[in-house]
Design a protein around this ligand. Structure first.
Ligand code: BGC
Length: 587
């Protein structure tokens, strides 16, 4: 799997007397993963010649390979010929410097390594250029600086106070693999202050950038830089294990267009899209792109509920406007363009949950909308690392006592009121199927899914221990067998009876990059009554336990806990219940 150095014959060296800098280089090409028609590779370039102010690497694939996404360089391909041009931040490279760029690709048949590479048109043969300085000792066979596994250990060990030098760590396939998660000290302190809460307070939770003011920080929450500085400290305290920090990018104009609890500060009719770009995304990208954070793996969860609302909820005025104006699509594209351009940032786009998009009428159209949106970004499908499902929702990860194929006296569980003709009974089966559908719509075959398991545990005494013996009707069987104890799968606000779900975990199942805790457990989904606030948050009656519901939950009671504060604020009673009903149980 590991190529050595490539020593091409007949190398041309630029004239020593010309004004042009002498170019000499050595290139190591190393696959990082290979399987199922997809692969990834790191290309480490060593500058053996004069200092470069920018560089262009060229090589040709020997087989049918295509670059599908690349990082830390501008990648393009024409026929078999691949070009990778330097970025603004890594164009200048001193004599003796080496740096790594990488890409993911596809192929059919053979996947042999390319055998000749050139920098700025000069073939790399491992020899120093004219006038070599004694400090550069080219080695004929280069030891790769990157371990060729899908989880790459960064070659840079950052310290909190010093900007790292040397090559940035490669953009890996799964940023969670082999990494530890950032512990948000503010959430952790609140969790630890609850009885028994310290047992879970060291879990990594999402940091929500839920308004412009959250970028620099507010009186109640530290800002993005402060989190990243803290993450650098946690990373340094952690030996060579990389650290993953998760931010939720959540401030589109007309945000939360089908509900009220998480309405935001920007409105499409008040120039919200332009403000989203310049006052929100641009400053976030400027901070995340700071070189002192480049050893961190920065995961971004992009705009919860936005694109799915364009598929299912355009009968509501705010969603119709989000669609007709193009503001959601353009906003998501803008965010992806800015975020993908930063080599150590990973993008996961929101993909709803099974109780929303799991019907055929929503599943395919959602996948198509995601594909057309992402195709319209500068880097196309390469700008997305994956998707996330169940963010801040309560759908059970796995229903252990029946599947979508189960029947009761010959009647499919799909005909029960609970499943209601959905094609999925739980979140993991939905996420895996949706991943495949996305790939068939054109997304890269190595995209991975995240599932928010912060509050979908459904343990405690109400959890059925096995399939029910009541087969008097399909409804009786499903209602007595399901671990998801909600009144209706369309209920989403501060659900009574819920528990903490699977703890954050990398690579837990096929196609799943990680179980994550994006919604910080203990933070409210919305106020149970009208509470004035300056965050744009409204009062959604789905958070009111006395409300009889709407068409999106089949006009059922909401199942919401009483006395909840506005969305995002600490809700002690909910945290305590989540802890008590955790599944797996917390010990
Ligand atoms: C709220 C955000 C909050 C997030 C995490 C959302 O429902 O709208 O303000 O940061 O939940 O708790």
């Amino acid at each position: 799997m590991l190529a050595g150095s490539l020593l091409a014959a007949g190398a041309l060296i630029a004239s020593p007397t010309s004004a042009n800098a002498a170019v000499a280089c050595e290139v190591t090409y190393a696959k990082t993963w290979d399987g199922g028609g997809g692969f990834g590779a790191n290309v480490t370039i060593k500058n053996l010649g004069d200092a470069l102010s920018n560089w262009t690497l060229t090589f040709a694939f020997p087989n049918s390979q295509r670059v599908t996404s690349g990082w830390t360089a501008e990648w393009s391909q024409s026929g078999a010929n691949v070009t990778a041009r330097s970025m603004s931040y890594n164009g200048s490279q001193a004599k003796g410097a080496s740096w790594t760029i990488g890409f993911n690709g596809s192929y059919s048949g053979s996947n042999n390594n390319p055998t000749s590479f050139a920098i700025n048109g000069v073939t790399c043969n491992g020899q120093p250029g004219p006038n070599p300085t004694p400090t550069v000792t080219p080695t004929p066979s280069v030891t790769p600086t990157v371990t060729p596994t899908p989880s790459v250990t960064p070659t840079v060990t950052p310290t909190p106070t010093v900007t790292p030098t040397g090559p940035p760590p490669a953009h890996v396939d799964n940023p969670y693999a082999g990494a530890t998660g950032y512990v948000n000290p503010d959430w952790s302190a609140k969790a630890a202050a609850e009885p028994g809460g310290s047992a879970v307070a060291q879990n990594s939770t999402g940091v929500w950038i839920d308004r412009i003011a959250a970028i620099n920080g507010t009186s109640t929450a530290r800002g993005v830089r402060a989190h990243l500085d803290e993450a650098v400290k946690q990373d340094a305290a952690n030996g060579s294990t990389p650290l993953t920090i998760q931010f939720v990018v959540y401030n589109l104009p007309n945000r939360d267009c089908s509900a009220l609890a998480s309405n935001g500060e920007l409105k499409i009719s008040e120039n919200g899209l332009a403000r989203y770009k310049t006052e929100y995304i641009d400053p976030i990208a400027a901070i995340l792109g700071d070189a002192k954070y480049r050893a961190l793996r920065i995961v971004t969860v992009v705009e919860i509920d936005s694109l799915p609302n364009l598929v299912t909820n355009t009968n509501l005025a705010a969603c119709a406007e989000a669609k007709s104006s193009g503001a959601y699509v353009e906003g998501v594209q803008y965010a992806l363009n800015k975020l993908h351009a930063i080599g150590n940032v990973y993008t996961y786009v929101d993909a709803g949950h099974h109780g929303w998009l799991g019907w055929d009428s929503n599943f395919g159209p959602s996948a198509q909308l995601f594909a057309s949106t992402v195709r319209g970004t500068t880097a196309g499908f390469a700008s997305v690392d994956g998707f996330i499902t169940n963010t801040a929702n309560y759908s059970a990860l796995i229903e252990p006592h029946f599947t979508i194929n189960s029947t009761v006296n010959g009647t499919s569980v799909r005909q029960s009121k609970w499943v209601d003709w959905n094609y999925y009974v739980d979140e993991q089966s939905y996420a895996q199927a949706f991943r495949q559908r996305l790939v068939s719509e054109g997304f890269n075959s190595n995209i991975g899914m995240l599932i928010d398991t912060s509050r979908n545990g459904w343990g405690g005494s109400a959890r059925p221990a096995g399939p029910s013996t009541d087969t008097s009707s399909v409804d009786a069987f499903v209602n007595k067998s399901r671990v998801d104890r909600r009144i209706h799968a369309g209920n989403w606000c501060n659900q009574s009876g819920a528990g903490l779900g699977e703890r954050p975990k990398a690579s837990p199942a096929a196609g799943i990059d990680a179980y994550v805790w994006i919604k910080p457990p203990g933070e409210s989904d919305g106020a149970s009554k009208e509470i004035p606030n300056d965050e744009g948050k409204g009062f959604d009656r789905m958070c009111d336990p006395t409300y009889g519901g709407n068409e999106r939950n089949g006009n059922n009671p909401t199942g919401a806990l009483p006395d909840a504060p506005i969305a995002g604020q600490w809700f002690s009673a909910q945290f305590r219940e989540l802890l008590a009903n955790a599944y797996p149980a917390v010990r």
